[in-house]
Design a binder for this molecule. Sequence first.
Ligand code: 5GP
Ligand code: MN
Length: 316
Amino acid sequence: MRQLLQEVIQGKRSVAIGGHVRPDGDCVGSCMGLFQYLKDNCPEINVDVYLEDIPDPLRFIEATKEIRHEIDPEQVYDLFICLDCGDIGRLGFSGPLFSSAGDTLCVDHHISNQAFAAHNYIVPDASSTSELIYNLIDPEKITKEIAEALYVGIAHDTGVFLYSCTKPSTMEAAAQLLRTGIDANDIIDKTYYEKTYVQNQILGRALLESMLLLDKRCIVSVVTKKELEFYNATAKDLDGIVSQLRSTKGVDVAMFLYETDTQEFKVSLRSNGAVDVSVIAQYFGGGGHKRAAGFTLSGRYHDIINNVTRQIELQL
Ligand code: 5GP
Ligand code: MN
């Protein structure tokens, strides 16, 4: 696979890297890992990286200081590399740079990805986009900085090597990254396990108010805008709630909704295997993976829950 990256960057003078809206560990890890790699090894290329505001714990990755949060619509890149993003709409503010770029490459592991770039490296089975970036680069040239970023991405998207997407190749990539001397325990503790007081409060509230539906095979919880304001929390404080819901014994699907705008809800779905939630997310205009998917819907949350549970029921 290493040849693919070499071929695509051949002769390019300017490269932009972008990831999905509301960037998570894998999105930030894959973008920063590739950004640092290209900066270290291709001095003839001007590389920029575009991402929305990132989760605070990921700021320890040095290169995140160079992230651009706005675009100059006049700027045209020779190549746009789109990472961890299942469709163009999910690129958000960097979308116009993808459209105007001379060439495009998409590296992703979302099952819903329609291979929308000129060059595509899409492996729905892969643990993470960060593992795919590892496959694309020269392992001899992986510095500690690159390893930190890619390790964060792999660890976050595998639930720290627990989820079924963790393959022998995932562990081999992680082992190679560890050999650079990164402090993996500290990194994962600070970026994955550690929660602020507010995060734990809102998690507690979401668990307390959760409901069991579909003969207790589906667990649902909602956080409204008003509740976010009450706890002085933002969307970034809600990570991990849906995973905790999913761990409930006997449950096949967990559904977590939060209000992004008045009567507009971001819906996260997690499955324990019996239901393919990517099918449900795609039905509602979103995407994702078999066991983790999401979408946004407008309306009253009671109606959204009714509509989504009806789709879940079709698979039970
Ligand atoms: P989460 O529930 O953590 O936001 O997302 C779970 C998975 O579904 C992630 O891989 C994410 O990229 C994908 N996903 C979440 N929301 C959307 C969406 O609105 N559209 C698409 N295409 N994918 C989504
Ligand atoms: Mn990912």
